[in-house]
Structure formats: C-alpha cells, structure tokens
Design a protein around this ligand. Structure first.
Ligand SMILES: Nc1ncnc2c1ncn2[C@@H]1O[C@H](COP(=O)(O)OP(=O)(O)OP(=O)(O)O)[C@@H](O)[C@H]1O
Length: 485
C-alpha cells in the first residue's frame, strides 16, 4: 500500500470522527484528544505526531487511538497501528547568525584524524552534515544522530566501528549489539545512527525495511496498554515482524518480569529471522538486578561494547564538530575551558556550549574566558567539587519545600513530598559523582531503578519547564552557600 493511500484513509477517518463529535457538540473534546498529525506510513503503521508523551499515553488510555485505528480499518479493510513521535517545537536549522563560523573555525587539522567522513562509504553516506535532500528521515529517529556527526576517539573507537559494521550488514556479524556506558556518552546517538544508516541504505530487496527505535520504558508502557486493551496480538505482530529493533535503556526493565518475558520471546523471534537487534544499557549486564538470567544471556550473547568518557582532545573535537554543525564560532580559549572542565558527560558538554552561544547572541557580546567561568560556574562545580554531600542536598531541598528530612528520604507518595524527593535525587546525581546505587542508599535504600526514574522525570521536565530550571539553579546556589557556612 502506498503512502498516499493510507494518507487518504487517515484524512477520511479523522473527518468522519470530527463530524461525529461536531454532531454531539463535542468540538473541543475532538480538538484535544485527536490532536495528532499524520507524518508518514509503512505497510502496517501510520506514524502521527503528538504534543507530548503524556498526551499520547492518555490518548491510548482513553481509547482515542483505538477509535482512529478502528475507523481506518473500517474504511480500508486493513489493520493499521498508529505509532507516534513528538511534534517538533520549532523548525531548527539556524542557517545564519551573528556568529556565523568562518571557514577556518570548523574542525581543524589538529583534529582532522578523528573525522569519520572517509570511513562511511563515500557513495552511500547516510546523513551528510550539510543537509542533503536525499536523506530520508525516519519518524522515530533524530536526523542529528548519524555516524557523520559522531566524533570518534580512543574511548569510542570500537563502539563506532562495531555500530557502523552492524549498520552495513544488519543481522549478520554484530547481532545482537549491546552498547553500555555512563550517562550522556553517546549510546543513543550510536544506536540511532545505526537506524538512520539502515533506513537510508536498506539491504537489497528490503526497500520497505521495518525499523523501530523505542526506549525500554515506552516498550513497557505499550505492552502494558496492549494487555489492558486486549490488543497484545497486535503488539506481538508489530515487534516480532521487525527487521531492526533498537531498544534503548534496557536497565529500565529491572524487576518488570512480564515485560521481560514478552521481550524474551520477541528477541527469540527476531534473532531467528536475522533481524538486527541493538540494546543500550547504563551499566554492564552482569550488574543488572531483577532481570531474568535467560534474558541477560540474550542481551550479551552478541557483541558487547563499553563506551567510556572521552579524553580532553576528543571533548574539544566534539565541541568543534557541534560548532561546525550549528555554523557558529566561539573563541578557542573558551572551547578549551569547557573541554577541560566538563569531563564526564557529552550531553552536558553540548549544553554548556549552547549556553555560551545563547548568551553571546542574546547580549551581542564577545565571549571571553571570564564570562565562560561565570556562566558555567554551576556546571563546572558539578564535576569538580567532590565535597558536596547528599545529606546537604537533602537538607536544603527539604528546607526549601518545607518538608522534613525524614520525609525526603522516606517512601511517602504525597505529591509535594514525592516531587521534592525527585528534585533532591536529580541534584544529587548532577552535583555529586555518586552512582544511582549510592544515591539509592542515601534515600532510605530505595531500588536503584526508582532513583533513576526520579532523575529521568526531572531531566525530561527540565527540557520544557523554564521555571523548574530556575528553581534547580536556585537550589544549587543554596546548596553551595550552605556548604560555605
Ligand atoms: N562522540 C560524540 N560525538 C558527538 N556527539 C556526541 C558524542 N557522544 C555524545 N554526543 C552527544 O551527546 C548527547 C548525549 O548523547 P546520548 O543521548 O547518545 O547519550 P546516552 O549515552 O544515550 O545518554 P543516556 O545515558 O542519558 O541515555 C547527544 O546530543 C549526542 O549527540
């Protein structure tokens, strides 16, 4: 079935549902619950964009997604699943700016040995940096995550090569592929690069290749909804017939026994059919708790890659690459300063760079080392100051939210207490070098995945909530001042 055919059914289904709601005087309900936009389709799936993960889960929960699927089935005679991506907030692509990079300020000769361009078949580039019209965008993959945009260093050499090999020969030599390592080191970037490469260079005879990228958390959610809605057959069909499964953050499945069982059978079927399977995890499989042995053995039966933090040279190269992509410039000594001080998390490295660029553009100022020191003081102490204790963080956050210290460490689920606890856990993770397990021990011996969930909740919210950003900045200042007293 061609894209155009499904598109027509989609339009007609939405029109008919809209008419039914109009008739009942429920126009605003329609606007709220059918706020989905068609993106593209494959043989069995239509991808739509929605405003948020929460919105999608509610649409599924309340049966609106099912209503659209049924209407399309009624009109087309085909069982088509809806799947979603998030609506892009604004169309990126800053093509010009006050700081547009002079040609000489892109990756320089000093770093040219770490360019990846020559390693990717010159005639089959999956995602050239300067956007090329032929690059096909997969609805679940970010076009920013390609091999060309990944800076390879000694920390990631094997990870990069194995991922590229898996992408070139899916389902063959590196299958399954497991990439593990700390937060923000590029696991998702490599995983999605594999997806983007295969999507743009499918093996012969596989032009309609079925690729699915999903976080383990969303896999679990979708599976749970399918059980509740009696659509588990549909779920099985969707995942067991894939050509490529990219499952991110499998540590999330600790103690989720039923989902593990489903994943086990999905794995067996995909492996049998030579589908390419890629997993990421925040630690070695041997350190996962609450995962069945048979699944652990499947996770690690192929190639396992340990992604380490990058060296200073690579951090600098990553910053330069990001500037090249954004077509921006920042003075070399400022780049040096960021690369020297932000050591363990590439995501934070990028965030610091964005902060500097944003400042320079907003105030139309030239960046200097002094401005950099001031602007990044919070980030820098996050990694260099090992003297802040979790106890101090708990006290300051508890005091800020006017709750007791025992509550912040305890198990009460009252909204205010649980939220303050999430924030304290998030700050503990970024201000100290404690692992999730160490933080768990300081919060009354909670499960490590509970701590990770708290961290992820706040991290996600920070992406869209400006006032939470200010609150966290304020708390960090209070914590540092507390330390000085
Ligand atoms: N070697 C690299 N070259 C270029 N960019 C990189 C590199 N490593 C990481 N990044 C960038 O850092 C950011 C974080 O990477 P990513 O999300 O892949 O990390 P992760 O290991 O999956 O993190 P998490 O543990 O939080 O899931 C992304 O913007 C990614 O593009």
């Amino acid at each position: 079935m061609s894209e155009q055919n499904y598109r027509a059914f989609w339009d007609e289904a939405l029109k008919q549902i809209h008419d039914e709601y109009k008739l009942k005087g429920l126009e605003s309900e329609f606007k709220l619950w059918f706020n989905m936009e068609y993106v593209e389709d494959t043989i069995e799936t239509i991808t739509v964009s929605v405003p948020s993960d929460f919105m999608w889960i509610s649409m599924v929960n309340k049966g609106y997604v099912n209503a659209v699927e049924s209407k399309i089935a009624e009109l087309s005679g085909q069982n088509i699943n809806l799947t979603y991506i998030l609506k892009k907030r604004n169309s990126q692509k800053e093509s010009e700016s006050i700081n547009s990079v002079p040609k000489t300020a892109t990756i320089d000769s000093e770093n040219s040995n770490i360019s990846n361009e020559n390693e990717i078949d010159s005639e089959k580039k999956s995602a050239p940096i300067n956007s090329v019209p032929t690059f096909k965008i997969h609805p679940q993959l970010s076009e920013d995550y390609t091999f060309e945009k990944f800076v390879k260093g000694e920390n990631s050499e094997f990870a990069y090569s194995a991922s590229l090999a898996a992408a070139k020969e899916p389902g063959r030599r590196f299958n399954p592929l497991l990439i593990y390592g700390g937060v923000g080191l590029g696991k998702t970037h490599l995983m999605q690069s594999i997806g983007n490469y295969i999507y743009n260079n499918p093996p012969e005879g596989k032009e309609n290749i079925k690729i699915c990228y999903i976080s383990a958390e969303n896999f679990l959610n979708e599976f749970t909804f399918s059980l509740r809605d009696g659509t588990s057959e549909k779920f099985k069909n969707k995942y067991r017939k894939l050509d490529v499964l990219l499952l991110d953050d499998i540590h999330f499945l600790e103690d989720k026994i039923q989902t593990q069982e489903e994943l086990f059978y999905t794995f067996e079927e995909l492996y049998r059919t030579h589908a390419q399977i890629v997993f990421t995890c925040d630690r070695p499989i041997s350190e996962l708790n609450g995962i069945e042995d048979r699944l652990k053995s499947r996770f690690s039966m192929g190639t396992t890659i340990d992604l380490q933090p990058p060296s200073y040279e690579i951090r600098k190269a990553i910053l330069l690459k990001k500037l090249e992509i954004k077509k921006k410039s920042v003075p070399e000594d400022v780049i040096d300063f960021i690369a020297k001080n932000i050591q363990s998390n590439v995501r934070e490295l990028g965030a610091c760079l964005d902060k500097m660029i944003g400042y320079a553009e907003l105030l139309q100022k030239n960046l200097t080392i002094d401005i950099a020191k001031k602007l990044l003081s919070d980030n820098i102490s996050k990694v260099s100051d090992g003297s802040i204790s979790i106890d101090t963080i708990q006290k300051v956050v508890a005091n800020h939210y006017n709750i007791s210290l025992s509550d912040i460490k305890g198990v009460k689920r009252n909204k205010k207490i649980a939220y303050s606890r999430h924030i304290a856990i998030y700050i503990a993770r970024i201000l100290t070098e404690s692992s999730f397990n160490e933080i768990a021990a300081e919060f009354g011996g909670k499960d490590h995945s509970t701590i990770m969930h708290s961290y992820n909740t706040i991290e996600l919210q920070l992406k869209t909530d400006e006032s939470l950003n200010s609150t966290i900045d304020l708390l960090i200042r209070e914590i540092k001042d507390y330390k000085k007293l």
